[in-house]
Design a protein around this ligand. Structure first.
Ligand code: GLC
Length: 563
């Protein structure tokens, strides 16, 4: 067990040994250093030390990747119409899909007053209903942004970050209710007036969205993208502007505020993330918790330790400590944990309870007993009083690896599970958004009879090519590029031919999604990013955070810092 953890360790529900790198003593030490001395330089260095080799995988079967030198050449002179560097750089023949994908990605670029500011969600001319697929979605733009950054084209990403920051300051209302100041929109649209020759923006903070849910993930993605931009370009000046600092603080104050919560996880409504319809993920969905953890770590690296910044840094550290502990202990499921839950006693009162959340063993779904391999594990979908959602969700588990919310052992186990359950989780088209699908009575109760989310379709066990880039990043981080290669090959056999669908249906993902858009931009960008990362694994640093090793070496660290 890690030194410095609080006494609660004795009462760990499951026999996880959370390698809680955010140990309290370390936090205390870091904080007191922060508050005692003018440590601006040291802090910044610590945060962006991640740029060094220290961020490369080093443990277990993790394989080191190249250095980051190549990432710090901004390539600022490139335009959005240039040949992709990734194609030009490689003398060997690139897959023909790569060129096609770049062309399609460039066609999706949205301009505001002549400047590229994002990419449209989908350009599907065949589809009768446009709905909001003609907008720039914050989450959808992330893989596009990664592709542009990896290709040395940071301009569009910077414009996007600034434009969305501007939108954040708008007053947002749903009927008579005013939303929190820091909320970022789910999407925005550029309206071109050909007569007046003007461009105006409209944004959707949830007031137009189906179900009227505000996107909790948008703000987190914004922070994560700001770090990726900073890391890729080496340009600290954007993140350091008072506007970006304030933007981060506003997002953080929405999720760090105190209330009635007894858990450090973030309470959410259904539909507040990529899964933007009712799918029974309300409560504490893994997707949001993992993004929350990652955004907190990214913000910590970018906040300036001025008066306001310091206060937030303290709050972030406290929360990271508690959130990491909670997730690693209570959301983790493997064969051993499952067996423990299966034998749980219920109705335990007092501090000594083993079954802290009173999970009733009878509520364990049948499928999990066959699904759970002896080797492997994952973070379950949700944990709250007497409710454990045992479903596996791709995005949350990949982000858990990338943010180092998962310990190195847990990261390896997540990849083991993907390998062991390849047919179920990957099938013929990477990657299932969630597993398994809800069916029959459960489907009608949980989704509210949603015809778009029928079993093995869309958010209900559908296969989403966009997730390929996150899977690839997780594979590289855990030293398993061969898994990514296998997944990319599957995508290459169909994606282009099928017209870059938004999602696939079926238990194996064999069918183009019933209502899937074609030329879905993030399917295109996700493929490109996966390819570029595999070609040049040093790109991983943009989206990956190493375990906070520094905190594990409190004594040696202090010696070197004072040196
Ligand atoms: C769907 C997806 C959502 C995505 C949007 C635009 O609503 O559920 O995650 O952002 O389409 O592609």
């Amino acid at each position: 067990m890690v030194e410095g953890m609080d006494g609660a360790h004795d009462m760990v529900l499951w026999k996880v040994e959370p390698q809680c790198s955010m140990a309290e003593a370390d936090d205390f030490e870091r904080l007191s250093r922060l508050l005692d001395r003018p440590r601006v330089k040291i802090e910044r260095k610590l945060s962006f030390d991640e740029r060094s080799l220290s961020e490369l995988p080093v443990t277990g079967n993790l394989r080191p990747v190249d250095s980051y030198d190549s990432m710090c050449s901004p390539g600022a002179g490139r335009s959005v119409f240039d040949t992709p560097v990734s194609v030009a750089r490689n003398s060997f023949e690139p897959h023909p899909m790569v060129g096609e994908a770049w062309d399609a990605l460039r066609r999706s670029i949205v301009f505001f007053r002549g400047q590229p500011v994002g990419t449209i969600a989908a350009i599907d001319h065949a589809s009768e209903e446009v709905l909001n697929y003609d907008q720039v979605f914050i989450r959808d733009f992330v893989p596009s942004a990664m592709a542009f950054l990896m290709n040395g084209e940071p301009e569009i990403v910077k414009n996007f970050l600034l434009k969305t920051l501007h939108l954040q300051s708008w007053e947002k209302r749903i009927d008579r209710f005013k939303l929190g100041e820091g909320v970022m929109p789910a999407s925005f649209k550029v309206n071109h007036d050909p007569v007046r020759k003007t461009d105006t923006l409209t944004a959707d903070f949830g007031e137009s969205a189906i179900g009227r849910v505000a996107p909790v993930d948008s703000g987190f993605w914004w922070i994560i993208l700001l770090r990726a931009y900073t890391k890729s370009t080496g340009d600290l000046s954007l993140a350091e502007t008072p506007e970006c600092q304030k933007g981060m603080r506003l997002i953080l104050s929405l999720c760090l505020s105190e209330g009635f919560d007894t858990f450090p996880t973030l309470l959410c409504a259904d539909g507040c993330s990529m899964i933007d319809r009712r799918m029974g993920v309300y409560g504490y969905p893994i997707e949001i918790q993992a993004l929350f953890f990652m955004a907190l770590r990214c913000a910590l690296a970018m906040l300036k330790p001025d008066v306001e910044g310091k206060e937030f840094m303290e709050r972030i550290l406290t929360r990271l400590n508690a959130l990491g502990y909670h997730m690693r202990s209570y959301f983790w499921l493997d064969f051993q944990q499952l067996n423990d839950i299966y034998r749980y006693k219920t109705e335990e009162y007092s501090h000594t309870a083993v079954n802290k959340f009173n999970v009733i063993p009878d509520s364990i779904p049948d499928w999990i007993f066959d699904f759970m391999p002896t080797r492997g594990g994952y973070f379950v979908g949700n944990v709250s009083p007497a409710k454990m959602d045992f479903r596996w969700f791709a995005l949350g588990n990949c982000i858990a690896i990338l943010s180092s919310l998962a310990t190195p052992e847990q990261s390896v186990a997540i990849m083991d599970l993907i390998e062991e359950r390849w047919e179920e989780l990957v099938g013929v088209m990477p990657l299932k958004i969630s597993y398994p699908a809800l069916e029959g009575h459960e489907w009608s109760i949980v989704t509210g009879c949603d015809p778009k989310n029928t079993r093995w379709s869309y958010h209900n066990g559908g296969s989403w090519p966009v997730l390929l880039w996150l899977l690839t990043a997780a594979c590289i981080k855990t030293g398993r590029p061969q898994i990514a290669r296998r997944a990319i090959e599957l995508a290459e056999s169909r994606l282009w031919k099928d017209g870059w669908p938004e999602y696939y249906d079926g238990k194996l993902g064999r069918y183009i999604g019933k209502q899937a858009r074609k030329f879905q931009t993030w399917s295109i960008a996700g493929y490109l990013v996966a390819k570029m990362m595999l070609e040049d694994p040093s790109h991983l640093g943009m989206i990956s955070l190493e375990e906070d090793k520094v905190k594990k070496l409190p004594i040696r660290r202090s010696a070197s810092w004072t040196a």
